[in-house]
Ligand binder design. Structure first.
Ligand code: BGC
Length: 670
């Protein structure tokens, strides 16, 4: 075709329209690609502000047990709303609600029948919106529990899946049975549920087994199916649209299963104490922490992050995974979540911790938080084989401390109630974000294990009469102790869903409020103290530590202001030679002020708030005298000495803790 013919041809309306259409199409494709790229770029970009959750305390509310507003013996959302001022009084700025979604309550809300509705026991969506609004009016954040791993058997998806109706057919983990030697159809493999028994249950509608990592009433969703991931993202968006401030993502290690569905091996260590139907009887190589776990979590995280508007709307994302600390680091480094819970204290034999045990737990976590160059072991050339530091972005890592939750016995029960304040001093003053389980601030302890017939927890019920006491989670879930009226002011019903701890008559919010040295008031003083600048970064100096005593320092970069925290976490009184052990930790020639103490458990102790401790050279230390020597600013494990040797130093009773301080403008705490 000649040039002029061609020109004429392309001016024909049909070709002009086609060209415009093509251009518009290309432009739109480009715009879509560009806008997506911008979105994912935004998601990846970290918002460079000091995130609120780093300096907050996460307060776990177990809604069934917090406050009942309608007299049915079960706590509810209106009850929580009526207690919001309590959080302000405590100085708490974030509450994490365990599940309040629609549920048949086989696992008290963790078995979800509708992810986007509130169970009538707790109220309705209107109440939830009111809770968010009222909390936000008080500058309190609301963290939801996101439970992606499983649904209730009563979820409509499961109903459809049982009937193999698309698209729900593969929403769950379905497998054919295996023909057993006796000719009967058995489960596909030997996998065990975490709450005991086979992890497989036969469904006669579908003629297949379904997998459940926990109870048979909680079928596992199939995260190999991208549609399931999309469904769960919709769930996140629903709550984010209602303005929630973050999520605790639950049972993350159970999200994926090895698709070969091979038998697990017998656990050489666990099988000795566990019987064949107990989870510990097997190793769990194929059902936990699969390679895709982090990828799936990242998908959730990206949805949540897309709701962040830097710098004002920052979300908190916490991960529940009971795992080795080194494995947990992937959540910081790869998933984009804020932190995996540090459950070391939750699992610890608290009565045995003392000073050295506590140091071990603290340092196990801390050495992953700070580049090896700066870590204690590295200072002392010991084996610091953590990770190769050059590829790790340590700025993504932030410590956190948990001592109790709704799944483990309360710390005050496990450690002894006299340890309550000292452990609060520990977890509230260490670098990082502490989580407090409701009532922990009052020193609430477990109730006695209810009889089998009164047992509520389905984990315990599943394990049967012989073993339920070993597994029951009822004792730590008893109602909050508000006052000394019947049932502790928790409910007007005569039958709360779990009995109230009889000690509520003396141990409750109202009585503790009026006692200056109560657990509650010491807790509040610590909340106030941790707002000081010196507590906001990640640095810690370990002081001297022995069998009983743990000590540490938080101070400013210049060392001109700081806090020296000394805790007797052992079972017996001990002595702290302040002279020797303050060397290098606190500045020379400066007296230390007693800023806070736990109540004295020893009649002769003279440590009291406001006292000055002047440090002099002398071997014999008495309070208000003490010693001083050369100081340099290297806190280290070198300070471990046998301090129990002789009656020298500051005497600390078992469970006693003190906060000494130096510098100007020290806060008034009590
Ligand atoms: C929750 C438990 C619950 C389990 C199964 C855990 O992560 O903390 O309370 O029983 O998930 O839903």
């Amino acid at each position: 075709m000649k040039k002029d013919e061609l020109l004429l041809f392309c001016k024909r309306p049909f070709w002009v329209r086609s060209r415009i259409a093509l251009l518009v199409a290309l432009l739109s494709i480009w715009l879509i690609i560009f806008s997506n790229a911008t979105t994912s770029e935004d998601v990846k970009k970290t918002c460079n502000v000091d995130k609120w959750w780093k300096h907050s305390i996460m307060y776990e509310v177990y809604p069934r047990s917090f406050q009942d507003s309608n007299g049915d013996g079960i706590g509810d959302l209106k009850g929580i709303i009526s207690r919001l001022d309590y959080f302000t009084y405590l100085g708490i700025d974030a509450i994490w609600l365990t599940p309040v979604y629609k549920s048949p309550m086989k696992d008290f809300g963790y078995d979800i029948a509708d992810f986007v509705d509130i169970d009538p026991l707790f109220g309705d969506l209107h109440d939830f919106k009111e809770l968010v609004a009222e909390a936000h009016n008080r500058n309190i954040k609301i963290i939801m529990n996101f439970v992606p791993n499983h649904t209730s058997r009563e979820h409509n998806w499961f109903n459809m899946s049982c009937q193999a109706i698309d698209p729900y057919k593969d929403y769950y983990v379905w497998k054919n049975g295996k023909l057993m030697n006796d000719g009967k159809m058995g489960p596909p493999n030997n996998w065990l549920g975490q709450f005991g028994g086979s992890a497989w249950t036969w469904n006669s509608q579908r003629n297949q087994f379904y997998y459940h990592a926990f109870l048979k009433e909680l079928p596992d969703l199939n995260f190999e199916n991208p549609k399931v991931i999309e469904e769960m993202k919709k769930v996140l968006r629903f709550w984010l649209d209602l303005g929630v401030d973050g999520f605790r993502i639950d049972a993350v290690s159970n999200l994926h299963e090895d698709q070969r569905f091979l038998d697990e091996l017998i656990n050489d260590e666990g099988s000795i104490s566990a019987s064949k139907d107990e989870f510990n009887y097997l190793k769990h190589v194929y059902v936990r922490h699969q390679p895709k776990t982090i990828t799936t979590v990242t998908e959730f995280v990206n949805v949540i992050r897309s709701y962040e508007k830097c710098p004002d709307t920052i979300k908190a994302i916490m991960i529940e995974d009971y795992n080795e600390v080194q494995n947990l680091m992937d959540y910081y480094d790869k998933s984009g979540a804020d932190f995996p819970y540090n459950f070391d204290f939750v699992g610890a034999d608290a009565k045995q911790l003392g000073g050295l045990g506590t140091l071990k737990l603290v340092d196990t976590w801390m050495k992953y938080m700070i580049p090896p160059k700066k870590s204690i072991e590295n200072d002392h050339k010991s084996n610091h084989s953590v990770e190769s530091s050059h590829i790790i972005d340590y700025s993504k890592r932030w410590p956190n401390w948990v001592t109790s939750n709704h799944d483990r016995h309360r710390f005050a029960t496990r450690s002894g109630e006299n340890m309550t304040d000292a452990f609060h001093m520990l977890i509230l003053l260490l670098p990082g974000t502490p989580t407090i389980y409701y009532g922990g601030e009052l020193g609430m302890t477990d109730i006695d294990v209810p009889s089998f017939s009164q047992t509520q927890d389905s984990f315990a019920l599943n394990m049967g009469l012989e073993r339920y006491k070993l597994y029951t989670r009822d004792p730590e879930r008893a109602p909050m102790q508000w006052d000394s009226s019947p049932n502790a002011g928790f409910t007007t019903s005569n039958s709360p869903w779990l009995p109230v701890n009889p000690d509520y008559v003396v141990k409750n919010f109202q009585t503790e409020k009026d006692d200056k040295m109560s657990h509650l008031n010491i807790f509040r003083a610590l909340v106030k103290l941790r707002r000081e600048k010196e507590f906001r970064d990640i640095n810690i100096g370990y002081g001297a530590v022995n069998k009983n005593i743990f000590s540490f320092v938080r101070k400013n970069a210049e060392g001109t202001k700081g806090y020296f925290i000394i805790l007797n976490l052992g079972r017996e009184p001990d002595y702290y030679p302040l002279e020797e052990h303050s060397k290098g930790l606190t500045p020379a020639n400066e007296p230390l002020k007693v800023l806070l103490t736990t109540p004295s458990y020893h009649p002769n102790s003279a440590i009291s708030i406001g006292n000055q401790i002047n440090l002099f050279h002398s071997k014999e230390i008495e309070l208000n005298q003490g010693l001083m020597a050369n100081r340099n600013l290297s806190a280290s494990l070198n300070n471990i000495h046998n301090m129990a040797d002789g009656n020298k130093g500051l005497r600390l009773e078992s469970g006693q803790g003190i906060v000494l301080a130096w510098g100007s403008d020290l806060p008034d705490l009590l």
